[in-house]
Design a binder for this molecule. Structure first.
Ligand code: PLP
Length: 398
């Protein structure tokens, strides 16, 4: 599958080798066009002015919400709340659903979580005197499902769908089932998963699920919280201000109905419209094609890395239960030096803790280098990455 030409950055920088898709994906022209069209032909605030321009903008914004609902398999479009990113979506749940929890309740996380799915819960635990517990790491580098951890004290399980460090994909269904059996709700962090695997919130029976726009070819500054209708209706509002109210009096207010209840103030209208265009783009390519291409590239990358005696892959060595996000270490070379060496040859990777310090502590690592591939990467790029790794290793181990 070669859709590289859809991405202007590769035309503007023909030498660029971009292996940092786990941090943010590149944007196709259609996403840029959708945002520009909004600003240049129907820019207006939404849900407010009774005029034709506001109406056009509102229709486009709400149409984007419909696209997200379809993309995630949500039954109702009002179960989709636009946020700034995945981080804000998780914080929204912590500040609303979280406020209903009582002292000594347990929140169950996993050792594989990104800081975005740890820190809001640590903050909440401090405010409400809760206990945080962790599911460990299985021998196949996935979240270890330990039924013994699920009891009546557990009120929320917040868990990643795909590790941003190891690339492994969580077997979510047994965990969600076990959580529901003890009356706990489940939040799925799909920030990494959503670009690699189709998601259906109903099939999963997830209570909350978060996505970030910029990792699925959409703009920055736009994210999504999916929540089951009943839950979203039962929780208090998040931020206060315009749009999230149906009436305001001098001494009280009545919150708006979903989804406005959780979208205070002027939202990122262009961002939502751009995200809708990104979903259109992915839908047109088709997940089957995207996955086939990433599976091939991931398999090739893993094989090439394994051929280097001085490289250790941190994660599974085959593409079973994993996406094309690959962490590794290089003997005698700090991950930051690996990234610097590759960068000097025009190759972008990520190095360090990857916002997952508890996982690094668990693995007793001071960091990894990470190559994360999307479908537009090529085997030739991987070859250049591998030969540059050989040069870097030789340079540091003279
Ligand atoms: C697994 C995971 N969760 C959450 C996030 C946070 O995403 P954002 O910074 O867009 O809120 C990231 C970003 O790298 C991630 O990889």
């Amino acid at each position: 599958m070669n859709h590289r030409d859809d991405f202007p950055i590769f035309k503007n920088r023909p030498e660029l080798i971009y292996f940092d898709n786990g941090a943010t994906a590149q944007r196709p022209q259609s996403v840029l066009d959708a945002e520009q069209k909004f600003y240049t032909t129907y820019n207006s605030n939404i849900h407010r002015g009774p005029n034709f321009l506001a109406e056009e903008a509102t229709i486009a914004y709400e149409d984007a919400r419909r696209k997200v609902a379809d993309f995630l398999g949500a039954h109702h479009k009002h179960e989709i709340i636009f946020t700034r990113n995945a981080t804000e979506a998780i914080n929204l749940v912590a500040r609303t659903f979280g406020e209903t929890l009582q002292a000594q309740d347990v929140i169950l996380l996993s050792k594989l979580e990104h800081h975005s799915n740890i820190v809001p819960w640590l903050q909440l635990a401090e405010r409400k005197d809760l206990e945080i517990k962790y599911m460990g790491l299985s021998t196949d580098w996935r979240v270890r499902f330990d039924p013994a951890l699920f009891d009546e004290r557990v009120k929320l399980v917040a868990i990643t769908g795909m590790s941003n460090v190891l690339g492994t994909i969580t077997d979510l269904k047994p965990i969600i089932k076990a959580a529901h059996a003890v009356g706990a709700k489940v939040l799925v962090d799909a920030a990494q998963l959503a670009v690699h695997e189709p998601i259906n919130v109903h099939d999963l029976d997830a209570d909350f699920l978060v996505v970030t726009g910029h990792k699925i070819y959409g703009p920055t500054g736009i994210g999504v919280l999916y929540g089951k209708e009943g839950l979203l209706n039962s929780m208090p509002p998040f931020l206060g201000g315009g749009d999230m109210i149906s009436a305001v009096f001098a001494d009280r207010f009545i919150p708006a109905a979903l989804p406005s209840k959780y979208e205070a103030g002027t939202p990122n209208i262009a961002g939502a419209i751009g995200l809708g265009a990104a979903i259109d783009y992915m839908t047109k390519l088709g997940f089957k094609n995207i996955q086939k291409s990433e599976h091939e590239l991931g398999t090739y990358l893993l094989k090439q890395l394994q051929s280097l005696s001085f490289v250790k892959i941190v994660g599974p060595e085959t593409m079973d239960h994993r996406g094309s996000v690959v962490s590794f270490t290089v003997d005698g070379v700090h991950p930051h030096d690996v990234a610097d060496g590759l960068s000097s040859k025009g190759i972008c990777i990520r190095a360090g803790f990857h916002c997952a310090q508890p996982l690094m502590d668990h693995l007793k690592l001071s960091g990894t280098a990470r190559m994360s591939l999307n479908f537009y990467n090529t085997k030739e790029e991987i070859d250049k990455g591998i030969s540059t790794l050989e040069e870097i290793y030789k340079y540091f181990n003279k």
